[in-house]
Ligand binder design. Structure first.
Ligand SMILES: CSCCC(=O)C(=O)COP(=O)(O)O
Ligand SMILES: [Zn+2]
Length: 225
């Protein structure tokens, strides 16, 4: 079966790529307790009609089965007959595709992204500066500051999705949900994976650097450590 003129070969190629990335992220323990969801666009981007493969909801994402993914349209509705339910967070993927025209969106829950999103949750953004890995976002300016948006973690996913447009920064391909996880995207799966890995590096760096600052030698009289 096919839809929107998308060939079986292309669909299988996308599913194969997504499945491999799912295994790689699972090996990093990035899907604890069935959390996380991955998607990849099939076919060209047209804001009026686009399609993507997305993980089925509630699955153990460390396993590889024939029921790991389904195809949905720009509204998140399944486009093939299936008993699978798309990720509970599909609306956020839909909104990121609509606004960016990207090729893949990856979402993971990690200890570091949770702690950092909570720490900066009230501020609404995570500031980072002087971290080499921002080059993964194609930012080459020396010592450039970046700001990673943090959205509230409402139980009602459409309520989160409607906030995406207001915080999306084209230079920084990621959004945190407070005490929940990160969404990272890219023009294809390779780029989205690269961005996600860079974000996770930044979060761990920030966490460890804050710890280091608090555990370093006591202040001297002139306020230096
Ligand atoms: C089990 S964590 C709560 C749901 C969630 O945040 C998530 O990422 C996984 O939801 P899905 O429906 O995509 O399995
Ligand atoms: Zn989640």
């Amino acid at each position: 079966m096919t839809f929107a003129g998308i060939s079986l070969e292309h669909k299988q190629q996308v599913l194969g790529e997504l499945s491999l990335i799912k295994q790689q992220f699972a090996a990093k323990n990035w899907f604890p307790g069935t959390s996380g969801n991955l998607s990849m666009r099939v076919g060209e981007f047209d804001p009026e009609a686009f399609y993507f493969a997305i993980t089925a909801s509630g699955k153990d994402k460390s396993l590889t089965t024939p029921e790991d993914f389904l195809f949905v349209d720009k509204s998140g509705r399944a486009v093939e007959t299936t008993s699978l339910k798309p990720s509970a967070e599909t609306q956020i993927h839909c909104e990121i595709y609509r606004l960016t025209g990207c090729g893949a969106v990856f979402h993971v829950h990690t200890i570091f992204n949770n702690l950092i999103s909570e720490w900066f949750g009230e501020a609404g953004a995570v500031p980072a500066q002087g971290i080499e890995l921002i080059k993964a976002f194609n930012i080459w300016e020396e010592n450039a500051p970046i700001s990673i948006p943090v959205l509230p973690n409402y139980a009602d996913i459409p309520r989160i999705a409607e906030l995406v447009e207001g915080v999306l920064n084209p230079a920084v391909p990621g959004i945190l949900l407070r005490n929940h996880g990160i969404y990272a995207w890219g023009k294809n799966a390779f780029e989205a994976k690269k961005h996600l890995e860079a974000f996770e590096f930044i979060f761990e760096y920030l966490y460890r650097s804050m710890l280091l600052q608090n555990s370093a030698a006591p202040l001297t009289l002139d306020g230096r450590r």
